[in-house]
Design a binder for this molecule. Structure first.
Ligand code: SF4
Ligand code: FES
Length: 545
């Protein structure tokens, strides 16, 4: 393994890498704007320049100082190299670059959404001057609406061209370009061609300053109030690694979490903005039961009691095989396991089925390698493989409908789970359930929830933890970001409570980790857990006002 030193610190590396890449991999900070691991290298911002001494092959590999500053993002690292980021010449360059970048910058941090996570702000604090020497009028650039999700505040732009390269190299749509030259240079979209592709909002994350802003997040929260919880895409089969940013039980935004095996640095707009149903007015907030053919809200104990009575009555009257469970592919593997265990505890031959798997169009892979999946649910494979561990055949949704519609069918009670981000029961299902006893566990009100004999409000993926298996059979766990709304409960807890209400087990608190152990070592051993972020450090002392 080769090594180089950066300000005396030894950094080891493999293969062909740039100095900046080696530094980042070894936890050494070199300021940079235009460099991004997922994009081509242009070396245009010049803040990463440093003094470099390298072995000279023409002089018996003696270490010699290269006479000019070298862009560390574009200079290949070689064994024995010495890099000086904090030498007087390097520091002078960093200060000069910062001064030039701030000449026309409005310095409107108090009203900028990027404040608190802005490289310009951070580097200004670390490498900049405390006062400006510029006395002329600043050039004012316009604010523009450049696409469905993105606003451009041109006068904050530092022309790093990351957004331009993203649309050329990753989305392949090339909507963004650099227009004008010199001090008139600015970022813009081509006339009549707004930034409107499935990956468009990634440019917001890429922009190192507050020039590209998220319309959906605009002025919603100061970023330092937000808590980040590592999670997994709960909308599609991608398994994309995400962070849910939330404050006081309210989600404000979703950002990608880097995972080179899955989504690299990106997520689709669908995943980024797909969380809105979590706070929908249509969320089911309380259990309900039928009273004189009218559905009325009730407490959990009453609802569990009615569910127990209804299901046991069916089994007593019709015998084994008279119950059916449909596990939604929106639920986690642990929940599928607990729900199936509960129903099989009541009826050893209960039918097990996977709920409808929504498919929209076809998978679409972009030039940068990112794929938008047509399967719009996170865990159809995980639910199926979990149910496969129980005796008997696992039905798909159509086969379940066929069984329910079969005139010879012995099924007298149905347990349905939903948790889809939109109303989902088809007319076929409503008809198929017909006059059977219906226990429904769902998150949004819909045509079938209004007819359920017992209705239990479930939790969205952001309100619980568990495991999803993505389209490539990768099992990944996710954490609970926010508390469950009002009286709702996660489906794993509901399954445990129902088992306790039916006398099948003692009362227990849902704990995904212990459920994974129950599901078997092979399953638990395959699960990938999110890397824990280092707690952030601050130089500023907290002052109580
Ligand atoms: S808008 Fe942001 S990402 Fe695009 S060139 Fe300007 S600073 Fe860079
Ligand atoms: S990061 Fe090296 S020149 Fe911009």
């Amino acid at each position: 393994m080769a090594t180089l030193t950066i300000d005396g610190k030894s950094c080891s590396f493999d293969g062909q890498k740039m100095i900046l890449q080696v530094a980042l991999e070894n936890g050494v900070e070199i300021p940079h704007y235009c460099y991004h691991e997922g994009l081509s290298i242009v070396a245009s911002c010049r803040i990463c320049l440093a003094e470099v001494a390298a072995p000279n092959p023409r002089n018996k590999n003696t270490i010699e100082l290269i006479p000019k500053l070298m862009p560390t993002c574009q200079t290949m690292a070689t064994d024995g190299m010495e890099v000086y980021i904090k030498s007087p010449k390097s520091l002078a360059n960093q200060k000069a670059v910062m001064e030039y970048l701030l000449i026309n910058h409005p310095i409107d941090c108090p009203v900028c959404d990027q404040a608190g996570e802005c490289s310009l702000q951070d580097y200004s604090y670390k490498y900049g001057r405390s006062t400006s020497r510029f006395e002329d009028d600043k050039i004012k650039q316009p604010k523009k609406d450049i696409g469905l999700n993105v606003l451009l505040y041109s006068d904050r732009c530092i022309m790093c061209s990351r957004c331009v390269r993203f649309t050329r190299e990753v989305s392949g749509t090339s909507e963004i370009g650099i227009f004008g030259r010199g001090n008139q240079e600015q970022i813009d979209v081509f006339p009549g061609n707004p930034l409107d592709n499935e990956l468009s909002a990634n440019v917001i994350d890429l922009c190192p300053v507050g020039a590209l802003l998220d319309k959906d997040f605009l002025f919603e929260q100061r970023v330092w109030y937000l808590t980040e919880t590592p999670s997994i895409d709960g909308i599609t089969a991608s398994g994309d690694n995400i962070s849910i940013h939330h404050n006081e039980g309210q989600i404000y935004r979703i950002k990608p979490r880097t995972n080179m095996q899955v989504n690299k640095w990106w997520i689709s707009d669908e995943i980024r903005y797909g969380w809105k149903f979590v706070h929908s007015d249509d969320r089911l907030r309380s259990p309900a039961r039928q009273q004189y053919n009218v559905q009325v809200e009730c407490g959990w104990d009453r609802a569990y009691g009615d569910a127990r009575d209804g299901l046991q009555k069916v089994v007593n009257e019709k015998g084994p095989g008279s119950l059916a469970l449909m596990v939604s592919p929106m639920l986690s593997c642990e929940e599928a396991y607990l729900l199936a265990s509960f129903l099989r505890g009541l009826d050893q031959q209960a039918l097990l089925a996977v709920g409808p798997v929504p498919i929209e169009g076809q998978d679409k892979t972009f030039p940068g390698g990112y794929t938008v999946y047509s399967e719009k649910c996170p865990n159809s494979r995980g639910v199926r493989s979990t149910l496969d561990n129980f005796d008997g055949q696992v039905l798909d949704y159509q086969a379940l409908l066929d069984q329910l519609n079969d005139k010879q069918s012995n099924i007298g009670g149905v347990v349905l789970t939903g948790n889809y981000p939109a109303a989902w029961p088809s007319n076929d299902l409503v008809k198929a359930v017909n006059k059977r006893f219906l226990l429904m566990i769902d998150t949004l009100a819909n045509s079938l929830s209004a007819r359920a004999d017992v209705l239990l409000p479930g939790a969205t993926w952001a309100e619980k933890s568990g495991t999803f298996e993505n389209a490539n059979n990768l099992l990944q766990s996710f954490d609970q970001a926010i508390n469950v709304i009002e009286q709702a409960k996660n489906e794993g807890q509901i399954a445990l409570d129902l088992a306790a209400a039916c006398g099948l087990a003692d009362k227990q608190i849902y704990e995904p980790k212990s459920v994974r152990q129950q599901m078997g070592g092979v399953f638990a051993g395959r699960v990938q857990y999110p890397a824990r972020a280092e707690p952030s450090e601050t130089d500023l002392q907290y002052v109580e006002l």
